[in-house]
Write a protein that binds this ligand. Structure first.
Ligand code: HGY
Ligand code: MN
Ligand code: MN
Length: 394
């Protein structure tokens, strides 16, 4: 199945895949999924927030739900998201093939904009579904071209007025289990193909906007400059230094946009995003405040202004311990791993018991083309998921 979608959204410039909510590639993937799920005998519908649900059995309460996402980060790998979706479809096909009939409704779901690759806020679909983000805030988010989430959704035939918390749908989910490629080397070090998730680090994203004075790179004396790139650089270094001081903390600037962006132009403004994640012993906002203080000091020295806005924040997620142990037990006592990556299962965990299965990634790399899972480990993941679905829905 991954081979079938290998050409969709391949990014010739960045490498890897760029599949973003409501773009041509993502719409193509939605079609592919609907076709594959229908072929597997599932009833496909799209919910108010643009997530796809493929039902085995009448939609109803206490459903066992599995799935993941099909969007990617810019230039992302082939497995982050699609592995969970394809393993889910494969698991359903194999259960059907061996004559299993679920006693509870079972669904395979695809959540939109899990990465926040287009509109900046991760897990936007599951945040909308659970009410973790206010629909007005979500609909006003803009992509790099200034297109709002509302405009992008309308252009694809979704009704922005219907976006928002969906208690009826939530009340149907009994348990949610997401399979995902591991985004580190935990399973490699343990020599195991599959594990379960224990918890997710607290995670937030902050938008830093610096303004100075655009000017000529050749004629403006160094002493006359108000160059917002200088405090931006200070913030990048502060992010590294502050995170390094606090064991387990991570702080990253991976997206930075100088305006106007000319090689011979001092930028008039710079906008960048700080992604910060910390273990339970630390306070994410305190760490961000330290980085912000360094940026502010550098901005003042350069005669620039700084505005900081929190775009998203989520506390540490501890997956339902009962379900975690149940999943580990079904798979012969596999270990539980902590992760620094966010997932829709983490967002849904605030409303329903959720759990995750991880599949070994020999490269340990993720959010980059080198992300990988061996075919036999993908098969092991599918078999593990099929076993879980059979027991939970049987
Ligand atoms: O972890 C992330 O940045 C995303 O939610 N996968
Ligand atoms: Mn993912
Ligand atoms: Mn990801």
């Amino acid at each position: 199945m991954l081979d079938q979608i290998a050409d969709i959204g391949a990014d010739p410039v960045r490498g890897g895949y760029s599949r973003h909510v409501f773009d041509a590639a993502e719409m193509n993937l939605r079609e592919w999924f609907a076709e594959r799920a229908t072929r597997a005998g599932l009833e496909v519908e799209t919910d108010r927030n643009g997530a796809i649900w493929a039902w085995w059995g009448e939609p109803g309460p206490d459903a066992v739900v599995t799935g993941s996402h099909l969007d990617s980060v810019p230039g992302g790998g082939a497995f982050d998201g699609p592995l969970g979706v394809t393993c889910a479809l494969e698991a359903v096909e194999s259960l059907r093939g061996k004559g299993f009939t679920p006693a509870k409704p079972l669904a395979v779901t695809v959540f939109p904009e899990e990465e926040g690759g287009r509109f900046g806020v991760a897990c936007l679909g599951s945040r909308l579904l659970t009410g973790a983000v206010d629909p007005a805030t979500a609909l006003a988010l803009r992509d790099r071209d200034g297109i709002s989430f509302a405009e992008a959704a309308s252009a694809r035939g979704f009704d922005p007025d219907r976006f928002g918390r969906d208690d009826r749908l939530l009340s149907r989910i009994g348990r949610f289990v997401e399979l995902h490629v591991e985004q580190g080397r935990g399973l490699v070090d343990m020599g195991l193909p599959v594990g379960v998730a224990s918890d997710i680090l607290a995670h937030g994203r902050w938008r830093f906007s610096l303004a100075g004075q655009g000017n000529h790179a050749g004629t403006t004396a160094i002493t006359d400059r108000r160059d917002p790139m200088v405090p931006a650089a200070a913030a990048v270094l502060a992010a590294r230094e502050v995170a390094a001081k606090h064991p387990g903390a991570r702080a990253t600037v991976g997206r930075l946009n100088p305006v106007p962006g000319g090689a011979n132009v001092i930028a008039s403004s710079v906008e960048f995003w700080l992604d910060a994640r910390v273990p339970s012993t630390l306070d994410t906002r305190e760490i961000v405040a330290e980085i912000e203080a360094a940026a502010r000091l550098a901005a003042e020295r350069e005669g620039c202004t700084l505005n900081v806005r929190e775009e998203s924040y989520g506390d540490r997620v501890v997956f339902d311990p009962e379900l975690r142990d149940e999943l580990a037990g079904m798979l012969g006592g596999v270990p539980a791993l902590e992760t620094g990556a966010g997932h829709d299962a983490g967002i849904l965990g605030s409303r329903v018991p959720t759990g995750m299965l991880f599949v070994r990634n020999p490269s340990g790399v993720s959010h980059a083309p080198e992300e990988f899972a061996e075919p036999e480990d993908c098969t092991a993941g599918t078999e593990a998921l099929a076993k879980v679905l059979e027991q939970l829905a049987g």
